[in-house]
Design a protein around this ligand. Structure first.
Ligand SMILES: [Zn+2]
Length: 82
């Protein structure tokens, strides 16, 4: 469970690398269109090329959305009594 850093380096080896931001952006655009996933081009600090992957910001947004839906459920069950 505590091997996230190692996984990140492995991801680097397994992913396609792009020489420029333009290439990576275009690849991200195509993947977004195909998979309808929120993918983003980012510069890798290990190999100094560009990869396409999920953004940390999107993960945060999904977490917020989940929290929001949970609070909505809570509002329903503990809702207004007549
Ligand atoms: Zn890399």
């Amino acid at each position: 469970m505590s091997s996230k850093r190692r996984q990140r380096r492995n991801q680097c080896a397994g992913k396609s690398r792009h020489e420029s931001k333009e290439n990576a952006d275009y690849a991200a655009y195509l993947m977004r269109r195909d998979k309808r996933a929120w993918l983003h081009a980012y510069k890798c600090r290990f190999c100094r090329h560009w990869h396409v992957g999920h953004t940390a910001g999107q993960r945060m947004r999904e977490r917020v959305r989940r929290l929001l839906s949970l609070s909505l459920d809570g509002a329903k069950s503990g809702g207004v009594k007549d």
